[in-house]
Design a protein around this ligand. Structure first.
Ligand code: FEO
Length: 389
């Protein structure tokens, strides 16, 4: 697409990647994604903020055809979906100087072999004049890497945020007009990418309170011309207490664990607890991550493979621990043939979350009614704990 004007001096460049279906070979992208770059023209100098994934370099080349001079290339984040085409920009514009945080400088050298002479580091709060426009840089570590920074265009009151506040959506629409769709996509993106960094995001949100912001321009997804929409959503996801929702990731090989899962769902719902079940053999990991944002408890359902949990449950437990959600309570239900230590293994994978564990309910073979009564008791105890009774 051609550049789209956001204001008289600021235009949206970059590429929509409608076909991409995976990020980091891990995160499913059902709606594709975008790599947004922004061109800011001051009366004296021009800055390009972020670049694009190398696979979309042709789009950026097309968009910059008529731009004879760029003075600054602001690299807010070194991950290659934004910086992978920086070498081309430096070659195309021999006078351009990279502006980035001190941490980003060494990462640009390591990951992209950028000539250090082309890089000028900027301190937290430092400003750069483009003539009648001023860019202010805010170091914002861990959204998404330790080197990340945000850029505030003072006159237009636009905050460029790279990964922060982003969403994986490819679209021809510039602004986040379909609020329901964008909310879901941004929540999923938050869960997959930002949730492990809640303490840092809390600080960044606090700091942004002192800035007047009329537009938030992330480097993935659509632009927020009503910034309160996404800031309020982040406040809720980051700061609010979790809801009475149980995440229930499970697998069942011969149906025994499935019988227990079905009974557990019924028992929890009867007690006023919402359940988000995910059969891990067919689940979309992004949806599981999204459900984690507000869940207060996780119950794993697993058959026993050899002596441990099903590998898909191991993978889910590892992922859940890595995402550092607000979970408080946990438990395990499942089945076995002749023994095993599935609950202990799952617990060991999630020790970093410091969860309060309920006694596991493991059943030999196909559950009998007395086994399912134990599932009811587990649901009763968990519901009581979640409600604070
Ligand atoms: Fe969009 Fe962390 O890169």
């Amino acid at each position: 697409m051609n550049p789209r004007n956001l204001t008289e001096r600021v235009s949206l460049l970059g590429a929509q990647d409608f076909d991409r279906r995976s990020f980091d070979e891990l995160i499913p992208l059902p709606d594709g994604t975008s790599y947004n770059a922004y061109l800011v023209k001051g009366s004296e100098k021009t800055a390009l903020i972020d670049a694009v994934d190398p696979k979309k370099i042709g789009v950026l080349q097309w968009q910059l055809q008529g731009v004879e001079r760029i003075d600054y290339l602001v690299v807010q984040h070194v991950e290659q979906d934004h910086s992978g085409s920086v070498p081309w920009v430096l070659e195309r514009y021999p006078q351009v100087q990279v502006l980035c945080s001190p941490k980003a400088k060494s990462m640009l050298i390591d990951h992209l072999h950028i000539d250090p002479e082309r890089i000028k580091t900027v301190e937290d709060g430092e400003t750069i004049s483009l003539g009648d426009r001023t860019l202010e840089f805010l170091h914002a570590p861990w959204v998404h890497w330790p080197e990340t920074m945000l850029t505030y265009l003072q006159q237009e009151k636009i905050l460029f945020t790279c990964d922060l506040f982003g969403s994986h959506i490819a679209s021809t629409q510039v602004f986040a007009t379909d609020k329901g769709r964008v909310y879901d996509a941004a929540k999923r993106y938050y869960a997959e990418i930002m949730m492990p960094f809640r303490p840092m995001i809390t600080k960044h949100l606090k700091r942004l309170e002192s800035y007047e912001i009329e537009m938030i321009a992330p480097s993935h997804g659509q632009i927020y011309d009503e910034p309160g929409f996404i800031i309020d959503a982040y406040r809720h996801w980051v700061l609010d207490e979790p809801r009475n929702v149980v995440l229930l990731p499970y697998a069942s090989m011969h149906g025994s664990t499935q019988v227990m899962v079905d009974r557990l769902i019924t028992a929890l719902v009867d007690r006023g607890i919402e359940v988000a079940p995910f059969n891990l053999t067919v689940t979309d990991i992004g949806k599981l991550a999204e459900a984690l944002v507000e869940a207060k408890a996780v119950l794993f359902g697993t058959p026993t493979v050899l002596v441990g949990p099903h590998p898909s449950v191991v993978s889910a437990a590892y992922l859940i621990a890595a995402l550092r959600p607000k979970l408080k309570y946990a438990g395990v239900i499942g089945s076995y043939g002749w023994g095993g230590k599935a609950p202990e293994t799952i617990k060991s994978l999630t020790t970093s979350l410091k969860l309060e564990w309920l006694d596991p309910v493991m059943v030999k073979g196909l559950p009998r009614e007395e086994d399912l009564s134990r599932v009811d008791s587990l649901a009763e105890e968990l519901a009581r704990m979640m409600k604070g009774e």
